[in-house]
Design a protein around this ligand. Structure first.
Ligand code: BES
Ligand code: ZN
Length: 735
């Protein structure tokens, strides 16, 4: 065990590498306990001053070291503290290092390891240095050629990045394969897989006519369970062409599902490696949420081919350059494949549950951190989810067309490079001829901004003025905060429903506009407003802020029914429910009876029966804020009171809406042949939301419905939903 503190790595200390590894030629002789790796590196000096060469090399035994074919003697190099240094090297040279590593006892799941007898690698962020001596940093782009030799019986499948260029038999029951990746890549995208795996094949033709062989490798017997992932892969490839104009760039794309994997999945060039739980699915074991997760992760890793692989990160401080952008892309993919409002609601729920607390706590850090000790601890909700929100704000500022113009500029300018978040923003700004300097503060300033809004209608002047303030609370190491550039999407809802037309400083802004809040406080005055409107603010959650506005219950009820933005509509309902629940919790605390507000229940009823709204969205509205979320709004958390209030409100809803809930449930009860489609998933979600409320009412009939659903369900979603209710309410039948 190491006891000394690792050194702090700082963004401000970044220097470009002093050497370039033009080619990386690797030969693996695979053996579970003693794998031999030979790395031949074609190296050129880029910084004239650099005398010595330092290579990263961890957990390996060095067997041989040659420079331009000459074996180096012990005085010419040093292997010390995970660094292999060679004191003097020429301008250009070939370094050849032979090492031995032990995959079988590698339990870190970093570098080369074994998972159920399959050899497999994980190199991001700094795992490649456990495979071969290398300059293991993301700005070191090299062309790879990989030879794999292994026992043919136990390892019939030999995979690495790029194209298979040669293969054949060797003596002693061994065989080999040679892979060549034409695209220069950083070491973190290297991958090797070897083992006895089954696969399912498929094909995809890109829009410019390239035929791509697709394969998903799984353990024998799991082939059928990979079909859904394969369909999701093809949808991802089509979507990236249609929405982003980005085509796949090789003739082969492989996915391997392994049972031991630290993360969800990894985007290695043309050889994605997945945790098997994000590939394998069937109706017997996977819920609708599991299918949706598979689709989104398959998409995410595929989308990295452009945003991450073709254009990669200069250093790990820029992690959000690839992760924030790729999460944004996978969110948009899901939004286009399924219900857009529901996807937004789920992402905001998750942001509030995971990233807001991170940003408010001792581990708060900016989207682009400026120092770290261990990079593996920086794959955070802030880098990923807030990073995606930052990209989404650019999208809100520039619009889809402007954003895509920026993407095209980014790719034209930086394809084949390792770049920074600043480069990305510069491409967006340049392509749209706008100044985004102020906006960039989102990358360096931590903390969730608090925005307050107060509206005032002047009936005589026919103006509506909206006064906004912003403040970001201090975070560790950042006591002073500056105002950010916050894009706030707004509309003014007419008392009779529908959006009013917006005029700001004489300019027609249509029915919805994005206000640029740039100062501590600012007032926007809308002109020609005929009737007192209700403001619909931060529509679609255009900015990741905490918004406070003095809205009465009647306003919330109105917005819950009339807001033209489905996200804002859901938000109004959640805020209404939250206010109500907090009031009920206080009453319970005083020993009084908690009363549910009938106006809220009625508003819910209108949503339930509104067939213009999609079913998945209605299901979201029918679910009350979670106990955790309510707890977060309280100074002292009284868990029993929270639970009691929430159950009381559910019962009140169920009592008043019993017939509607029952009709909505019965109308969706028939088991159609199961398909993991968005449409069916939405129907099941609404059905199960209704069942949840019905069971909360405590009637014997509803308990019987839940038991019947448990017994007759033809899919895991329905069975789990029923089981959760039966256990939560103690309704399991004794047999
Ligand atoms: N590049 C990451 C996987 C990764 C992260 C590998 C950290 C090594 C260290 C991959 O693209 C990723 O982000 N995967 C996510 C899922 C994704 C849908 C957000 C994961 O594995 O959780
Ligand atoms: Zn990723």
């Amino acid at each position: 065990m190491k006891t000394e503190q690792p050194p702090v790595i700082r963004l401000s200390d970044y220097t470009a590498p002093a050497f370039r590894i033009e080619r990386t030629d690797l030969t693996f002789d695979l053996d579970p306990e003693r794998t031999l790796v030979e790395a031949r590196l074609d190296i050129a000096r880029t910084d004239g001053d650099a005398q010595s060469l330092a290579l990263d090399a961890e957990g390996m035994e060095l067997l041989d070291l040659q420079l331009d074919g000459r074996a180096l003697d012990a005085a010419e190099f040093r292997l010390d503290q995970d660094v292999l240094s060679i004191a003097e090297v020429p301008e250009r040279f070939t370094l050849s290092a032979k090492v031995a590593i032990d995959p079988q006892s590698n339990t870190r799941l970093e570098g080369l390891y074994r998972s159920n007898g399959v050899f497999c690698t994980q190199c991001e962020a700094e795992g490649f240095r456990r495979i071969a001596p290398s300059i293991d940093r993301p700005d070191m782009l090299s062309r790879y050629r990989v030879t794999i030799r292994a026992d043919k019986a136990s390892c019939p499948v030999l995979l690495s990045n790029g194209n298979l260029v040669d293969s054949g038999d060797l003596e002693g029951g061994r065989h080999y394969a040679v892979w060549e990746d034409p695209f220069p890549k950083p070491s973190y995208l290297f991958a090797l897989v070897a083992g006895d795996l089954a696969w399912i094949p498929d094909r995809f033709t890109t829009k410019s006519g390239r035929d791509v062989d697709l394969r998903i490798y799984v353990e024998h017997g799991n082939e059928a369970r990979a079909r859904y992932a394969m369909e999701a892969l093809k949808r991802s490839m089509r979507w990236d062409e249609e929405r982003f104009g980005l085509e796949y760039d090789l003739d082969i794309f492989n996915i391997v599902a392994v049972s031991d994997f630290n993360m969800g999945a990894m985007e290695n060039k043309s050889l994605n490696v997945f945790n098997a739980k994000y590939i394998l699915a069937d109706p017997e074991t996977a819920t609708d949420a599991d299918f949706a997760a598979i689709e989104s992760i398959v998409g995410h890793e595929y989308f990295h081919n452009w945003t991450g692989n073709r254009i990669t990160c200069r250093d790990w401080f820029q992690l959000s350059l690839k992760e924030g952008l790729t999460v944004f892309r996978d969110q948009e993919f899901t939004a286009d494949m399924r219900s857009r409002p529901v996807k937004r609601i789920q992402d905001v729920r998750m942001l509030r549950a995971r990233q807001f607390p991170e940003d408010a706590g001792p581990l708060a850090h900016p989207v682009r951190p400026d120092s770290y000790m261990e990079i593996n601890n920086f794959y955070t909700a802030t880098v990923y989810e807030k990073g995606a929100e930052v990209i989404r704000m650019l999208h809100a500022l520039l619009g889809e067309e402007g954003f895509q113009k920026g993407m095209r500029r980014y790719i034209e300018r930086h394809d084949g490079q390792a770049v920074t978040c600043d480069d990305f923003v510069a491409a967006m700004a340049g392509a749209n001829d706008v100044d985004l300097d102020h906006f960039k503060l989102w990358y360096s300033q931590a903390g969730t901004p608090e925005v307050t809004a107060e509206g005032h209608y002047d009936g005589a002047a026919k103006t509506y003025s909206l006064s906004l303030t912003q403040r970001t609370p201090p975070t560790p190491g950042q006591a002073k905060k500056s105002p950010l550039m916050i894009p706030l999407s707004v509309a003014l809802i007419d008392p009779e429903g529908g959006n009013q037309t917006l005029t700001l400083a004489g300019e027609d802004r249509g029915e919805e506009t994005v206000l640029h809040l740039t100062q501590d406080r600012q007032t926007f005055t809308f002109e020609n407003v005929p009737r007192a409107p209700k403001p619909s603010l931060n529509r679609g959650f255009s900015a990741p802020v905490r918004l406070t506005q003095p809205l009465a219950r009647t306003d919330l009820a109105f917005l819950m029914a009339e807001d033209t933005d489905p996200f804002a509509r859901w938000e109004a309902g959640q805020q209404y429910a939250c206010d109500l629940l907090l009031e009920m919790i206080e009453a319970i605390g005083r020993g009084e009876a908690a009363e549910a507000d009938p106006a809220f229940v009625e508003a819910m009823g209108r949503t339930l029966t509104n067939d213009d709204l999609d079913e998945a969205f209605r299901a979201q509205v029918m679910v009350l804020p979670s106990e955790e979320y309510i707890g977060e709004q309280m100074k002292t958390v009284d868990v029993d009171a929270i639970h009691a209030a929430r159950e009381t409100l559910k019962r009140a809803i169920a009592d008043r809406l019993y017939d509607d809930l029952l009709a909505a449930y019965e109308g969706r009860r028939d088991n159609e042949p199961f398909a993991p489609t968005a449409e069916q998933a939405g129907r099941r979600a609404l059905k199960n939301a209704c069942l949840g409320l019905l069971v909360a009412s405590g009637t014997a009939d509803s308990a019987e419905l839940a038991r019947l659903q448990y017994d007759t369900a033809n899919n895991m979603t329905d069975r789990m939903a029923a089981m959760a209710l039966l256990t939560a309410y103690g309704l399991l039948r004794r047999r």
